[in-house]
Design a protein around this ligand. Structure first.
Ligand SMILES: [Zn+2]
Length: 90
């Protein structure tokens, strides 16, 4: 069956693509950097988040947060929009 052969071919292509990724052969150097320094980058981002949170600074910019939140007024509204969109997709 021809259809079955096509499916098989697609599967093979998918698999070779997956292999490439685990081979650390990233298509762009930014991704390569990201994966190479992932642990450190995530750690830095996390500690910055906590630092800002403690100081009462918005985690997205450097404005003062709305009380009880980690965002300033502007980013709180933006975040509300993202959440609404995410819910609508479901
Ligand atoms: Zn902000």
């Amino acid at each position: 069956m021809v259809f079955k052969k096509i499916l098989q071919k697609l599967k093979e292509i998918k698999e070779t693509k997956l292999e490439k990724k685990s081979d650390q052969d990233y298509s762009n150097r930014f991704l390569k950097f990201y994966y190479g320094h992932k642990k450190r980058l995530l750690k830095e981002r996390k500690s910055l988040y906590h630092e800002k949170k403690q100081k009462g600074i918005c985690v997205r910019c450097s404005r003062k947060v709305v009380e009880g939140l980690v965002f300033c007024e502007y980013h709180q509204q933006k975040q509300a929009g993202y959440n609404k969109q995410a819910r609508m997709k479901q």
